[in-house]
Design a binder for this molecule. Structure first.
Ligand code: AMP
Ligand code: ZN
Length: 466
């Protein structure tokens, strides 16, 4: 499989450097609230990468961390009146539940920052010993970016008119800082009153690790000095991944990641998602509007990962129709196969084009298009040939992580009376153009396990099967 590498700006052939297992790391969620669909664009594409490798016969080792201590988790745990541990545990659980709904394979290892404080302290000690880090008066420790000539290669700082020499006295102690502010970054933050009970002992006094450090320390622990691929959303290229490279290469001496895989941001209605604009969507928000997680997944893989994805609610309706069409196609193909089944399938048949798309820089929209073309091509097949095509189709669905809706068409008598009554009230609200009430009732029905599909002259109720 070939993939575009952010560092070299070239496509690379992916193969396990140890000859057996493709070992990769993804920066995981900061657990201070529900993940939004932008975050999930990144996690879903990483999942498709893993599934594609595995479908092609490559074993993987997938490590994804949980950021459970940083400026935001501490701030919001205090607002919620909870311990940091109780607060982040709740949001981690919610994240796992969302991942399951979206069909994401759980990572093989999911380490958390708080569980790896000694490893982080050990890494800082090494950096101080080697002259790459220094302690400041307030008990913090900073990485000296001028000590690492490779600093800025990933994000091409040299092409952005920033010189390390000019700004080397600048320091940044916050976890996130402005894109173009170049500064020594914090490895250890001296304890401050606002940290409350969230501090640990270290050779530099009480405090807590800086955000960038946790990934370097956990990568060293689980993947060693060098590994196959590192990934995150594009916002992580600078400074987070630049800082990880600096820390890891200076402390451990390895080459760090062989390939860098960055996913472009999801936009909503053409712009950034934000709470104040009311367009920041979580899975729960979309479920309340009657959309399933699989429909969300379909939209998220519907654009190439190197292009922005403009999310709209209409795209979810289109995804619903596309999934229904695929399900219909699969049923037809199964009927053409008659009783024939094909096991141990290694070929893709009419779906070879879709498979090639996935292997060519993870072209997920190409693969989705290839599913439809393949179904059209397979329409004339019968018996064993149809069975083989169906097996190829199913293999591709697994690589994309799609589960097709099993639409049990309900005859009216099997729908509970209370559900029918709610749906009728909703339809009336819709006729009255009372959209808020109609949305509220749709959400209530979704909560009870029923999706409403509106047509021009009426609606259909479908049991949600996830
Ligand atoms: P966070 O929980 O903020 O640490 O982010 C988790 C992951 O989501 C990181 O890889 C981010 O780069 C990624 N991410 C954040 N916002 C978006 C977005 N709008 N579209 C795609 N990925 C995003
Ligand atoms: Zn990271």
């Amino acid at each position: 499989m070939r993939l575009f590498d952010t560092l070299t700006r070239t496509e690379q052939e992916l193969h396990p450097s140890d000859g057996t297992t493709y070992r990769f790391y993804c920066c995981g969620p900061t657990v201070y609230g529900p993940a939004h669909i932008g975050n999930f664009r990144t996690f879903v594409l990483q999942d498709v990468l893993r599934r594609t490798l595995e479908t092609g016969g490559t074993r993987t080792l997938h490590v994804r961390n949980i950021t459970d201590v940083d400026d935001k988790t501490i701030r919001d745990s205090q607002k919620a009146g909870l311990t940091l541990q109780a607060f982040t545990a709740g949001w981690t659980e919610k994240f796992h539940a969302d991942c399951e709904k979206l069909g994401l394979c759980p990572p093989h290892i999911e380490p958390s920052a708080v569980e790896h404080i000694p490893q982080q302290i050990a890494m800082i000690e090494r950096l101080v010993e080697k002259g790459h880090a220094y302690a400041s008066d307030d008990g913090s420790v900073y990485f000296k970016i001028a000590s690492f000539p490779g600093y800025g290669r990933l994000s091409r700082l040299d092409q952005r008119d920033l010189e390390i020499g000019r700004t080397q006295n600048a320091r940044s102690s916050s976890d996130e800082y402005e894109k173009d502010s170049l500064s020594d970054f914090v490895l250890w933050k001296g304890r401050k009153p606002e940290d409350g009970a969230n501090y640990w002992s270290s050779p530099w006094g009480e405090g807590r690790p800086g955000w960038h450090l946790e990934c370097s320390a956990m990568i060293q622990e689980y993947l060693g000095d060098s590994f196959d691929l590192h990934s995150g959303g594009v916002d992580l290229v600078f400074p987070h991944h630049e800082n990880e490279i600096a820390q890891s290469e200076c402390a451990c001496g390895g080459h760090f990641a062989a390939t860098w895989f960055h996913i472009t941001h999801l936009l909503v209605d053409g712009g950034k998602m934000s709470k104040s604009l009311g367009n920041l969507y979580t899975l729960e928000d979309l479920a309340a509007r009657g959309f399933t997680a699989m429909e969300v997944r379909y939209v998220l893989i519907g654009a190439h990962y190197r292009k922005p994805l403009n999310f709209t609610l209409d795209s979810l309706t289109a995804a619903r129709e596309a999934l229904a069409k695929l399900a219909k196609g699969a049923r037809q193909l199964a009927a053409q196969a008659g009783g024939e089944t094909r096991l141990n399938q290694v070929e893709f048949g009419p779906f070879q084009g879709a498979w090639d798309s996935l292997n060519q820089d993870l072209n997920t929209p190409g693969a989705l298009g290839g599913l439809f073309t393949g179904l059209r091509e397979a329409a004339a097949l019968t018996g064993a040939e149809a069975a083989a095509a169906l097996a190829g189709f199913n293999r591709l669905l697994r690589a994309l992580g799609l589960t097709l809706p099993v639409e049990v068409v309900q005859d009216a008598s099997s729908i509970p009376e209370s559900i029918k009554a709610l749906a009728e009230t909703r339809w009336q609200a819709r006729l009255d153009k009372n959209w808020a009430e109609s949305d509220r009732l749709r959400a209530q029905l979704a909560g009870l396990g029923w999706a409403v599909k509106d047509g021009k002259d009426g609606y259909v109720l479908v049991a949600i099967s996830e």
